[in-house]
Design a binder for this molecule. Structure first.
Ligand code: ADP
Ligand code: MG
Length: 458
């Protein structure tokens, strides 16, 4: 269980538990538990020692993903063509399509993203391989900057501590939002935070809300899609709630069918799409961000429809194999591969928010049950293989010490004005590092699968 490359300090990490816990509580590294009580988030007591170049490579390619997805979201024909079959069988995709206005409304396109990569073992060494891009509700930015600060504090004065580069993931997203507001809002307008009812991740959002108000003087109104559907209205082209006109609607909900329990929620989403209020993300950006489109884009020729050949090579270098599992010839081959080597593939529906994928024997069972028609809503993705490492963390106030794997998500923003090919402003700064037990398949922190980590960068 030893990690050959780890500093000997790892053997003392458990001794930092009490100081780490008190730091976490003092600095808001907390969450609601299911019973409504408040506890600390699971977090590391020892930084992940990143392989050389991994962090820089993921950071470098992240703006390229924004550019790619921006261009894809501008091409309604492309989305319609590749989502036509999913739309037939997937009510959620269909519901999103039903929100689109007949004639597109002209607004800027603001991306607040998190680009997730795993350190894959490849013949060319350890490279970042994309798990997915989150163009909606990219969360845990503040929590991850706090874990980063906690580890810098706990390891201050050591050589290891010096390698834990400070970062501000949450503030990056907040800055993108503030710049978007400055660029687009009329005086007196607000930003709507669209949150799910009973949100457990409220602390991360509250931190952003406070930063917007205190650092930038921007008013924020929290609401749900249901409330917007019920009380929202169109005034002078913008979505209004309680008499306040919204320049921007920032979505921390709306990525899951669970967030549309009734017609009112869909009505709220439609209202936003039919207004000048800039949704982050708009429905077309959300459609471009489906797993189905991710799979379609995993191809040099397809990428070259949107970016230069050189950029396509750079993007492809960070992708793994993906395939449909539908009734086409390509789909039949994909299905066969996944059934023959279940450990090498992951079955994914076009969903966000975690807990939706199928792995191993579960995947085989599900694939065998899927009709060719229903399979249109799924893709398979090559399982990214990485070396495990020893990790020491605090979970519900107890030290856990075993072998883990990890995933780094780079926070990024970019804004394009309608019809412009270059962004007005963009930046990529800060990351979320989620680490989990080597045998855990999913990666949710709030679902209890993984813990917040931070990187020592060589
Ligand atoms: P979601 O949109 O639900 O977050 P993801 O594509 O991020 O879906 O998958 C959820 C989790 O499943 C990831 O965080 C990761 O832990 C695991 N996972 C997804 N795809 C792969 C893959 N290709 N190889 C290994 N693990 C994966
Ligand atoms: Mg994910």
């Amino acid at each position: 269980m030893t990690n050959l490359t780890a500093s000997p300090l790892i053997d003392q990490a458990a001794g930092l538990a009490q100081e780490g816990l008190e730091y976490a509580i003092a600095h808001g590294l907390v969450r609601y538990r299911k019973d409504g009580s408040i506890g600390h988030l699971p977090f590391t007591l020892y930084p992940w020692e990143a392989p050389a170049g991994f962090y820089e490579h993921g950071k470098r390619v992240s703006p390229l993903y924004n550019k790619l997805y921006h261009r894809v979201s501008q091409q309604r024909d492309f989305l319609d063509e590749h989502l036509a079959a999913s739309r037939e069988v997937d009510d959620f995709v269909k519901g999103l399509y039903n929100c689109l206005p007949e004639k597109p409304i002209s607004r800027p396109w603001l991306f607040l993203s998190r680009h997730d990569f795993m350190p894959a073992v490849t013949p060319k060494g350890i490279l970042p391989k994309q798990v997915e891009t989150n163009l909606m509700a990219a969360s845990l930015g503040y929590a991850s900057q706090r874990v980063n600060a906690a580890i810098r504090f706990l390891y201050s004065g050591t050589d290891l501590g010096k390698k834990v580069v400070p970062h501000k993931g949450g503030s990056t997203i907040c800055q993108g939002l503030a710049l978007g507001y400055k660029h687009y809002a009329n005086p007196g307008q607000v930003i709507l935070f669209i949150v799910p009812p009973g949100e457990v991740n409220a602390f991360d959002q509250r931190s952003m809300q406070a930063e917007l108000v205190l650092e930038y003087g921007i008013p924020v109104v929290r609401t749900t899609l249901d409330e917007l559907g019920d009380l929202g209205e169109l005034r002078d082209g913008y979505t209004c709630l309680h008499g306040k006109s919204a320049a921007i609607a920032y979505f921390r909900a709306g990525y899951s069918p669970d967030h549309y329990q009734n017609e009112l929620a869909w009505k709220g989403r439609r209202l936003l799409e039919h207004s000048q209020t800039m949704s982050i993300p708009s429905v077309t950006i959300q459609l471009a961000n489906t797993k189905k489109i991710q799979q379609v884009l995993g191809d040099q020729a397809m990428l070259e429809k949107f970016v230069s050949p050189q950029e396509a090579v750079e993007l492809l270098e960070t992708m793994v194999a993906m395939s449909p599992v539908d009734g086409s010839l390509h789909g039949a081959t994909g299905r066969e591969l996944a059934l023959q080597q279940p450990e090498n593939w992951v079955l994914k529906p076009s969903r966000e928010g975690g807990g939706n994928n199928y792995f191993g024997e579960d995947m085989v069972k599900h694939l065998n049950q899927l009709s060719k028609r229903d399979a249109e809503a799924f893709i398979i993705m090559e399982a990214i293989k990485q070396d495990s490492f020893r990790a020491v963390r605090l979970v519900e106030e107890k030290v856990v010490d075993d072998q883990c794997v990890t995933e780094m998500g780079h926070f990024s923003y970019a804004l394009w004005d309608e019809g412009k090919s270059e962004p007005e402003f963009e930046d990529t700064e800060g990351y979320l590092l989620r680490t989990k037990h080597v045998h855990n398949r999913e990666g949710l922190v709030l679902g209890g699968y993984s813990f917040l980590d931070t990187a020592a960068i060589p």
